[in-house]
Design a protein around this ligand. Structure first.
Ligand SMILES: *Cc1c(COP(=O)(O)O)cnc(C)c1O
Length: 299
């Protein structure tokens, strides 16, 4: 698996004097640096799936996502790098009319897009529907939306080995919660794990994640910083991203990591963390999704 070089990951420390030393450390695990297209957590969730697909003799990766899905994009790139074909089942027939930059890049990477109605998309975990896809695409290995399967969680768990013991709080963005599940299981129980949801009402993720966790593995989901909903943003968020880049040379993505850092900064200002907190934020990547706001960004 040396097509992707995981040694590119590193930890960047932010200057805590900015926060009047309200916390002891605020560091960022830069998973965004491993590859320009399969960045961040997406590679960790896909790698076991790529191995499984190849060992099963499949020649195609088939997966599911919306018009802004980083997972679709990463799957298209992973397939192309490993000599596999890819098929993306895309939520919503209207998505075919005006391809988003993400879907455009998927097709450039060789992914065949299959647009389905919201009703059909809702069957993405239905056994009969999956069987019909298996019959139709006999050479395909099917990966659930967001890479949310055993291989995905196992790959996410391997991120925990990149986390030094000195941290008291681990913060990350959540979409399907697959990455959080994997990491939470693999870390000692007394480390606080905080998930930041980029969509409205994201607290439901507590129920999605819990069945995948071992006993006594606490975590919290915060859903206050959704900025209007999944994929939504406003001028404050853009200004925040630009200031982060100016101050720390840290590029954030508009869908996930910018909302997480905004939330963390707000919690620090509110005195949520103890002054001896050593916080590690996971940069889960997603920078390709900034194409739609590129004209507003200074990086
Ligand atoms: C997909 C994605 C997430 C969410 O990961 P899940 O495992 O689905 O919770 C978080 N951050 C970024 C940048 C992503 O692209």
């Amino acid at each position: 698996m040396d097509i992707i070089d995981e040694r590119r990951v590193y930890i960047q420390s932010l200057d805590t004097a900015t926060f009047n030393d309200a916390i002891a450390a605020l560091d960022v695990l830069r998973l965004d640096t491993i590859h320009p297209e399969i960045s961040g957590n997406k590679w960790y969730k896909l790698k076991g799936n790529v191995v499984a697909a190849i060992s099963k003799g499949a020649n195609t990766l088939l997966t599911f996502g919306g018009a802004y899905s980083n997972h679709l994009h990463a799957t298209a790139a992973a397939a192309s790098l490993h000599g596999l074909k890819s098929i993306g089942v895309v939520r919503g027939l209207h998505a075919a009319e005006n391809l988003t930059p993400t879907l455009q890049q998927c097709t450039e990477l060789g992914m065949k897009l299959k647009f389905v109605s919201k009703e059909e998309y809702a069957l993405k975990e239905d056994a009969a529907y999956l069987n019909s896809l298996r019959t139709k695409y006999a050479q395909a290995y099917i990966i659930p939306e967001g890479g949310a399967n055993e291989e995905g969680r196992a790959g996410a768990a391997s991120i925990a080995s990149l986390i030094p013991e000195s941290y008291s709080h681990i913060c990350l963005s959540v979409g399907t919660g697959t990455t959080l599940s994997g990491i939470r299981n693999a870390l000692p129980a007394d480390i606080q794990v905080m998930g930041f949801a980029p969509m409205k009402g994201g607290k439901y993720l507590e129920e999605t994640v819990r069945p995948h966790l071992s006993e006594g593995r606490p975590f919290k989901i915060f859903d206050d910083w959704h900025f209007g909903g999944f994929g939504k943003w406003n001028a404050d968020l853009i200004a925040f991203m630009n200031s982060y880049y100016t101050q720390y040379a840290l590029p954030l993505d508009v869908v996930y990591t910018s909302k997480m850092m905004f939330g963390i900064e707000t919690l620090i200002a509110q005195g949520y963390f103890p002054t001896n907190a050593h916080i590690l934020c996971i940069h889960t990547g997603g920078l390709q999704g900034n194409t739609s706001v590129q004209h507003l960004l200074s990086f």
